[in-house]
Ligand binder design. Structure first.
Ligand code: HPA
Length: 262
């Protein structure tokens, strides 16, 4: 039985409450070694990757995104649910809420952001739907059944970090259509797309962004609010993982197939 599904998130996503029969796996990739946890839910195998490392010690700009995604590709993963803390740029996205991101604006600066580094020629991956529509739909439906509010759609601005933004930057992002701000979705979503995986990002609104909030932002506030959403998040992930199937009728697998070289 293959490992069809994965969750990428903070440490603790592989909570024993969520999964049975946990085991560790080490995957050697061209970008470095990845240690992940594999568990079972409703007879499906799920890989859990702690994005910031097992000790939560790797800051967002130094995460080895390519190694993480390559490891999942090696395991045969088809569908990925990623969790991400975000600040809100719009009053309609309230701290404590979950939002399924549907678009991104990329303001990262110095990250290796592609597998297409030229050896295979010039390749461009389609980004019309960066976040899989079908996977998002399943998440929305399961959330509704579980009585959890999840908003479907929001434009995520990815900053380089690790510092928070200035209020002037947040005003600029709003003008450009940004609604949520975080530091990890790019290049993770891009790399997943390059590998033909379905990828959905469940954003957890932990705070109003700088200048929207009347008080200064603190890392502690973000951590505290994430922790308070943890139980709901696990409930949501479990509900979705119970019904996910490896079959796909979306366009995600076509992304690399169309390129024909990867
Ligand atoms: N900015 C960037 N990243 C974040 C924020 C924020 O306000 N909140 C949680 N992650």
């Amino acid at each position: 039985m293959g490992i069809d599904f994965a969750v990428i998130g903070g440490t603790g996503v592989d909570h024993p409450e969520l999964l049975g029969r946990l085991r560790r796996e080490r995957v050697d990739t061209p970008y470095g070694m990845v240690t992940l946890t594999v568990g079972e839910i409703s007879s499906a195998q799920v890989a859990f990757v702690a994005r910031h490392g097992e000790e939560h010690s790797v800051p967002p700009h130094l995460v080895n995104y390519r190694a993480n995604i390559w490891a999942l590709k090696e395991l045969g993963v088809k569908k990925v649910m990623a969790t991400a803390a975000v600040g809100s740029l719009e009053r309609k996205f309230v701290p404590g809420q979950f939002v399924l991101v549907d678009q991104f604006l990329d303001f990262t600066k110095g990250r290796p952001a592609t597998f297409f580094t030229g050896e295979q020629g010039v390749l461009h991956v389609d980004m019309t739907d960066p976040y899989c529509r079908d996977l998002r739909q399943v998440i929305v439906e399961k959330a509704a059944e579980a009585g959890l509010e999840v908003k479907n759609g929001g434009t995520y601005v990815c900053t380089e970090g690790p510092r928070f933004e200035t209020p002037a930057e947040i005003r600029m992002f709003r003008t450009l259509g940004g609604e949520l701000v975080g530091m990890t979705s790019v290049p993770e979503v891009v790399l997943a797309k390059e590998c033909g995986m379905c990828y959905a990002a469940i954003a957890m609104v932990t705070n109003y962004a700088a200048g929207i909030s009347t008080t200064a932002l603190s890392h502690q506030e973000v951590v505290k609010n994430m922790a308070s959403m943890d139980v709901m998040l696990r409930e949501l992930l479990a509900a979705v993982l119970q019904v996910l199937t490896p079959e796909r009728s979306c366009d995600c697998p076509q992304a690399p197939a169309e390129l024909g070289k990867f």
